[in-house]
Ligand binder design. Structure first.
Ligand SMILES: *Cc1c(COP(=O)(O)O)cnc(C)c1O
Length: 407
């Protein structure tokens, strides 16, 4: 085996994407001890930075160590007791994931489904809540499998009226599309770094409302010798995971600093740097940048004589689905893009498998040069594969977007 030396790929799929170089630097910074005041100081900074990212004042804003689904699992397994009703509106692959994780946590899962490429209207969700009266509503914001962005702004008010905990997985959308945890009355949100936040996968920032925290605190179990308060042992059903036991994780991140896991220090450095970069750029500028480069990519693929997928009114800023032309082998194109140009574009899952490519413009790669190189390489690859197109039109159309939107 030789020195680690991966090729310099340009990752233009639906995630992961290339990291901001400053995030890579932060990750190679030396470790400090778990309870070193420097480390606990960084933990407090991370909590404060992610309150900015989520637009929240929630005290309970911290990292779950693991990829995005670790955040999903922690939120769901900590609040679901066996037999609880959970409603999951499914409009893509990640809705199915929320349903599966809820079911494993013991929930009675109820799903409603929207066709892939569409989103739900608030009335549809309200009607289902009215009928099912769930304890939890679990709803994806941006589902990369379909590129759709579910509007959330009216859902929290509905959940409040029916006393439902409102949870959203905003992994794919945060930082590149508007997100307002407090204003939209979210009780729990989980994300990851590897989409618009421009980091590697492996850390899952979450934020939790007081209502959510009170709900899971009722299930807190006393570990003999670690807490000697008189707890309500036996009163609720114990959370069925130690690693994802949110009350224990809160006690580790809180002022008591009770030992739980050893915080993944290098990943915390990465998460901190991602949020710092976002705060320096400002959320508003970051969202506008994702919109600009997303629009340029959308115009560009249309200039390649390709048809974008789904309801474009509800497309995420940071990824576009593209129908693969009938006479073209989608995997051959991806292979050429990867091996001749070092550019990765995404395939798709489930009902869309083999039907669309997914092209992302997110985080560090939401940049003009990345968009233009990808379009140029795709134009050449498609033309050589026999696809009819007008040479130069794709980048011209992208440049038009830059000229119109940049001013
Ligand atoms: C990409 C994505 C994830 C990623 O989950 P990992 O566990 O980090 O692979 C989760 N949820 C959504 C909605 C996503 O788009």
């Amino acid at each position: 085996m030789s020195l680690l030396n991966p090729p310099p790929r340009l990752l233009m799929g639906p995630g992961p994407i290339n990291c901001y170089p400053r995030v890579l630097s932060a990750m190679s910074t030396q470790l400090v001890g778990q309870y070193d005041p420097i480390m606990t100081g960084y933990m407090n900074e991370v909590m404060s930075l992610y309150r900015y990212v989520f637009n929240t004042n929630n005290d309970a804003t911290l990292l779950i160590d693991g990829t995005s689904r670790a955040g999903i699992e922690a939120v769901l397994v900590s609040c679901i007791e066996p037999g609880d009703d959970v409603l999951v509106p499914v409009f893509g692959r990640f809705g199915h994931l929320l349903a599966e994780i809820s079911q494993r946590a013991g929930a009675n899962v109820h799903t409603i489904e929207a066709p892939w490429g569409e989103v739900f209207k608030p009335e549809q969700i309200e009607a289902a809540i009215q009928k099912i009266r769930p304890k939890v509503l679990a709803l994806v914001q941006g589902d990369t499998s379909t590129t759709m962005l579910q509007p959330l702004e009216d859902i929290g008010e509905i959940c409040t009226r029916y006393d439902v905990l409102f949870y959203s997985d905003a992994t794919a959308s945060i930082g590149g599309n508007p997100f307002e945890a407090d204003k939209w009355k979210l009780d729990a949100v989980s994300v990851g770094l590897q989409k618009c936040l421009g980091g590697p996968s492996g850390s899952a920032p979450i934020t939790l409302s007081d209502k959510y925290v009170q709900t899971v605190r009722k299930r807190q179990h006393v570990e003999a010798g670690i807490r000697n308060e008189n707890h309500m042992d036996g009163l609720g059903l114990r959370i069925r995971s130690n690693y994802f036991d949110i009350p224990m994780i809160l006690d580790y991140w809180g002022t008591e600093r009770l030992n739980h896991h050893t915080e993944a220090t290098s990943m915390l450095y990465a998460a901190r740097e991602c949020a710092l970069q976002l705060r320096e750029e400002s959320l508003e500028n970051s969202i506008n940048r994702h919109k600009l480069h997303g629009d340029a990519m959308l115009a560009g693929v249309q200039g390649l004589n390709l048809k974008p997928f789904g309801d474009l009114k509800h497309k995420m800023n940071n990824v576009v689905g593209v129908h693969i032309p009938e006479d073209i082998n989608g995997e051959d194109i991806r292979h050429t893009m990867l091996h001749q140009y070092n550019i990765e574009i995404g395939t798709s899952f489930g009902p869309l498998h083999g039907k669309i490519w997914r092209i992302g413009t997110m985080g560090y790669n939401a940049r003009k040069d990345a968009v233009l190189h990808t379009l140029q390489a795709l134009e050449n690859t498609l033309r050589r594969a026999g696809h009819k197109l007008q040479s130069g039109l794709a980048t011209d159309m992208a440049f038009d977007v830059y000229t119109n939107e940049e001013n």
